[in-house]
Design a protein around this ligand. Sequence first.
Ligand code: PGA
Length: 255
Amino acid sequence: MKSKNQKIIIGNWKMNPASLKEAEKILKNISNSLSVKKSKVVVCPPYVFLEKISKVSKKINLGAQDVYPNNLGLPTGEISIEMLSNLKTKYVILGHSERRSRGEDNLFINKKVKTVLSAFLVPVLCVGENERDEEHSYLGFVKKQLEECLEGIPKDLVGSIIIAYEPVWAIGKNAKREAEPEEFEEMSIFIKKVLSDKFGSKNIEGINIIYGGSVNPKNALSFVKAGADGLLVGRDSLNPEKFLEIIKIIENEIN
Ligand code: PGA
């Protein structure tokens, strides 16, 4: 649930780093110099590092990058919510565009959102258009993602979800360009409207809408000033110096 002055900064390590040793080193380097009073810091490493890494720092919350929506059993190669709950995982990224591009649809992501909520963990639901067009059809695209991914979610639980707006064209080192803070602001107002129409304005008061896509120390503050409740950081969350700088900038802003 949203606390007025708290911002959430989530690091998405994706398929990095190559070894546990390196993962521990990155987390230690972040943790050793981390001083936060008002921001919440979350790191989402690959599954294989989650257990060991949970012992490295008490200051950093842990998240997973995905979950499979079945209970224990099948299929081969997947990770269940029971497994994540038994580690110290509190957050789960869902519907990331890099997974959507490999075939995950809104219906499947909807099952995952329900699975995560049923275990009292926090879903970080990623939405975002592939491209912006002058006719503004990207708004309809994000609306559909929100409506379908959140279909059937109990109204009293919707406030605990984090929505990460991540325009696909602004993600990663092949991004077309960085997003402008005004573009986030417009989308965040739109997301609130869609959710409020679906769940009622009272029920969505607690929802955090964060920004992700090429977040770095130079642009981080502009998104928070544009109303972001936090940030989802990819590449720069693997670089302790840059990640700490982003956290410090946000922490100073809200103090
Ligand atoms: P990026 O990744 O910060 O490297 O653009 C963000 C994300 O994909 O979540």
